[in-house]
Design a protein around this ligand. Structure first.
Ligand code: GUN
Ligand code: FE
Length: 442
C-alpha cells in the first residue's frame, strides 16, 4: 500500500492529553507510523498541508444509510407516525438498486463532510447491496440488517418470521463481518423493542455472544415508544433489555432520552454504550437526552445524525453544534464546551464501538483515518490566537473538509471524491427514488 506523508499541518491529535502541534504525519501500511515537528521521511505521496488542520475522521455511531433516499419525504412528524406513515412503507418498497444508491448517496455525504466511520442500521431486505456500497467506497463501517418480527403496524413487506430474521442476519455476518481486513463489521440490529418479539431478542443475545459481535438498537427515544414497551412487556425499556440479558458492553443504544435513574444505573453498571442524535431528537420532537449527566458519570456517548429523513443531513459539524447548543439553556454556557463535543465526535465514537485502540485519535500505531480541514474562509476567520477547538466546533462547516483518508487510502482529495462518481450517484439516486415511489403507488 502507498505510503503518505502529510507535511506542515496543524495536527489536532484528540489523544488523552489533547495535544496539538504543527508538524508532519507519516502513514505506512494504512496506519500512522510517525508524527513529529519535522520528519525526514520519504513517501510515495506527499501532501503539503501548511495552514490546514489535520484531525481524526469523525465517527458517527447511529446512521441509517438505507433511508438517505427518503430525505425530505417525512418531515414534521413524531417518531411512531413518522415510522408507520412514511418510513416503513418506503423501506418496504426498496429493491437492491435503491438500497445501493441510498447507501452511495449517504456515504458521499458522510465522506465529504468528514465522517470516516459509521455505525449503520439497514432495512429488512437487500442489505448485501448496502455492504457492497460500503466495500466499494472505502468507508469504515459496522452495519447490519434491521430485524423486526412484531407489531401490527409493520407492513407485510417488512414483517419477518423470527427464524428467517436470525438466519438472514447470520448469513450476512458470515458474508461481510471482517471484510477488507476488518474495515467492515457486522452488528445485529433489532429495530427497537416495539417491533421485536422476545424470542427474537433472546435469539439476538445468544448469537451476539456466540459470534462476539455488537448489538445495535434504538431505545427510549420517544414517550409513545416507552409506553408501548411498558404496556406489552410489563417493564421499563432498559429494565426489560437487562432482564433479557442483553445489557452489556456490546450493546449500543441510540437516543436514550427517556431514562429514569434505575435505567441510567443499569446502563452504567453493565457498560452499555449510547449514541446521542441531537438533530433527529429535535426534529422528531423526541426530547433532549441528558448528555452532560451521562458524561459526568463517565458513560461512553457517541454522536450520530440518524437517518436523512429525520435530520435532514448526515453532517457531523451540524450534530456537534447542536450537541453543544441544546444543553446550554438548561445547564449553563460552560456545559458541552468545544473540546468535550469534539472528543465525543472522535474518541467518544471510538469508545462506543470498542475501537478506541484503532481509531478516534491521531496516534502512532492507529489506523490512518484522517481529515484535512481548510479553515481559510470568511466564516472561520479571524484565526489569530483563536482556540482551535472553538474554530472547528463552532465556526467550521462541512465545506471546510478538503481531503479525507480512511485506513491510509485517500477517498477525497481537494474536495474531489475518489471512490465514487458524484454525478452518477446523484443521478441514480433520483432515478431510484422515482422508481421506488412508482412501486409504492402500484
Ligand atoms: N426507532 C425505530 N426505528 C427507527 C428509525 O428508523 N429511526 C429512528 N430515529 N428511530 C427509530
Ligand atoms: Fe435511528
Amino acid at each position: 500500500m502507498e505510503s503518505l506523508l502529510i507535511r506542515g499541518a496543524r495536527i489536532v491529535t484528540m489523544n488523552g492529553k489533547l495535544d496539538d502541534f504543527i508538524g508532519d504525519l507519516l502513514v505506512e501500511n494504512g496506519r500512522i507510523s510517525q508524527m513529529g515537528a519535522r520528519l525526514e521521511a520519504q513517501a510515495d505521496r506527499v501532501i503539503e498541508a501548511r495552514g490546514k488542520v489535520l484531525l481524526p475522521g469523525f465517527i458517527q455511531t447511529h446512521v441509517h444509510l438505507c433511508q438517505t433516499l427518503f430525505r425530505g419525504r417525512a418531515d414534521d412528524l413524531e417518531l411512531l407516525d413518522w415510522l408507520q406513515q412514511r418510513i416503513w412503507p418506503l423501506e418496504a418498497a426498496h429493491d437492491e438498486e435503491s438500497v445501493y444508491y441510498s447507501a452511495m448517496l449517504g456515504i458521499g455525504e458522510l465522506i465529504s463532510s468528514g465522517t470516516t466511520t459509521l455505525l449503520d442500521m439497514e432495512t429488512v431486505h437487500h442489505t448485501d447491496a448496502a455492504f457492497r456500497a460500503m466495500a466499494e467506497t472505502g468507508i469504515r463501517a459496522v452495519s447490519g440488517k434491521v430485524m423486526m418480527d412484531h407489531g401490527g403496524d409493520v407492513p407485510a413487506g417488512l414483517r419477518e418470521n423470527t427464524d428467517d430474521s436470525l438466519g438472514e442476519s447470520v448469513r450476512l455476518l458470515d458474508r461481510w463481518n471482517g471484510h477488507d481486513d476488518g474495515r467492515l463489521q457486522y452488528a445485529f440490529c433489532p429495530r427497537f423493542v416495539v417491533s421485536c418479539t422476545e424470542e427474537l431478542l433472546v435469539g439476538v443475545r445468544d448469537l451476539s455472544r456466540r459470534y462476539g459481535v455488537r448489538v445495535h438498537t434504538h431505545a427510549s427515544e420517544n414517550r409513545g415508544e416507552i409506553e408501548v414497551v411498558e404496556r406489552e412487556r410489563g417493564m421499563r425499556n432498559i429494565v426489560y433489555l437487562d432482564h433479557l440479558g442483553l445489557a452489556g458492553p456490546d450493546l449500543i443504544l441510540a437516543h436514550c432520552i427517556w431514562l429514569d435513574e434505575r435505567e441510567k444505573e443499569i446502563i452504567r453498571r453493565r457498560g452499555v454504550k449510547m449514541t446521542h442524535c441531537p438533530g433527529s431528537n429535535l426534529k422528531l420532537a423526541s426530547g433532549i437526552a441528558e448528555v452532560p449527566d451521562m458524561l459526568s458519570r463517565r458513560m461512553p456517548v457517541g454522536l450520530g445524525a440518524d437517518g436523512a429523513p429525520c435530520n435532514n443531513n448526515l453532517d457531523m459539524f451540524q450534530e456537534m453544534r447542536l450537541a453543544a447548543l441544546i444543553q446550554k439553556p438548561a445547564h449553563g454556557p460552560t456545559t458541552m464546551d468545544a473540546r468535550t463535543v469534539l472528543r465525543m465526535a472522535t474518541m467518544g465514537g471510538a469508545e462506543v464501538l470498542g475501537m478506541e485502540d484503532e481509531i478516534g485519535s491521531l496516534e502512532v500505531g492507529k489506523k490512518a483515518d484522517l481529515i484535512l480541514l481548510d479553515l481559510y474562509d470568511f466564516h472561520t476567520f479571524p484565526s489569530h490566537e483563536v482556540d482551535i477547538y472553538s474554530r472547528i466546533v463552532y465556526s467550521a462547516t462541512r465545506g471546510c473538509v478538503d481531503t479525507v483518508a480512511i485506513g491510509g487510502k485517500i477517498v477525497m482529495e481537494n474536495r474531489t471524491m475518489k471512490t465514487l462518481d458524484r454525478d452518477l450517484v446523484l443521478r441514480e439516486a433520483d432515478r431510484s427514488i422515482a422508481r421506488l415511489m412508482k412501486r409504492i403507488e402500484a
